[in-house]
Write a protein that binds this ligand. Structure first.
Ligand SMILES: Cc1cc2nc3c(=O)[nH]c(=O)nc-3n(C[C@H](O)[C@H](O)[C@H](O)COP(=O)(O)O)c2cc1C
Length: 238
């Protein structure tokens, strides 16, 4: 009996990053890929992962950072190695960093949260493959480098962490607990539908320039845009 899902899973192969070419996914396709990546088993709905996208000039900017970090962290890497590091993220039109983000929860141990992040990686790969794109999981040295972690603002000791959040129409955004006081600045207006667990659904209108203070400990509920998409920058205060 023909089964396109099984056919896809059985035929899936990685495509070496060195053989990836333009074009990358369109914005609509990218949204589908990220929605599929987010639709993974997630014990206690902690959303223990997030995505950072590098496209266009951002890939070269990240390459510069990699070359600088490589020069600082490695003993005498040589000009050829540094040139290659600067070009590392230019191999593919789109690079998605999947960040595993473990939070403390006695009911969902760290291991389960890491498995969920791995599932997000695999759903992402399968969705991109289903749309006809080549894709490869790559870690390399840069996934484990302290310098790169700092450049991506993943370090523990940062003073201000910034997220740019877009509420995509009809899509749930990550639920997470705000561990530090934060200021949220809206860059685009729209209506956000909040659906906290066990509480009534409510719609809130946000306008461009609205500033919101979110105290530490606030549990940000699942939200979805009903008109939009609103966009906001979260600035965590330490
Ligand atoms: C977590 C993880 C990290 C990986 N990192 C790399 C890497 O840095 N470089 C690489 O060439 N392959 C890496 N791979 C392997 C490739 O993604 C791929 O699985 C391998 O080339 C085999 O191809 P296949 O998926 O078609 O079987 C990694 C795989 C996993 C699961």
């Amino acid at each position: 009996m023909p089964n396109p899902t099984l056919d896809l899973l059985l035929a899936r192969r990685s495509v070496s990053a060195n053989s990836l070419t333009e074009p990358g996914p369109s914005a609509a396709e990218l949204e589908l890929i990220l929605r599929a990546a987010s639709r993974v088993p997630d014990h206690k709905k902690l959303v223990p992962w997030r995505f950072i996208l590098f496209q266009g000039a951002a890939r070269a900017e990240l390459g510069k950072v990699l070359a600088q970090v490589c020069a600082a962290e490695e003993k005498d890497p040589g000009a050829f190695r540094l040139e290659n590091e600067a070009k590392r993220f230019l191999r593919a039109p789109l690079v998605i960093a999947v960040i595993s983000r473990v939070v403390k929860n006695p009911a969902a141990p760290e291991w389960e949260q890491i498995l969920s992040a791995g599932a997000a990686c695999q759903n992402l790969s399968v969705a991109a493959t289903a749309l006809g794109y080549g894709v490869q999981w790559i870690t390399e040295w840069c996934a484990y480098s302290d310098g790169v972690r700092r450049a991506l603002r993943l370090a523990e000791n940062e003073r201000v962490a910034v997220w740019d959040v877009t509420w995509i129409q009809g899509q749930q955004i990550p639920r997470r607990q705000q561990s530090r006081d934060a200021v949220v600045i809206f860059l685009k207006g729209g209506v956000i539908r909040q659906s906290p667990e066990g509480a009534a659904v409510s719609d809130t209108r946000r306008n461009v320039g609205d500033v919101l203070f979110v105290p530490a400990g606030t549990d940000l509920p699942s939200e979805e845009a009903t008109q939009g998409p609103p966009r906001a920058v979260f600035i965590e205060l330490k």
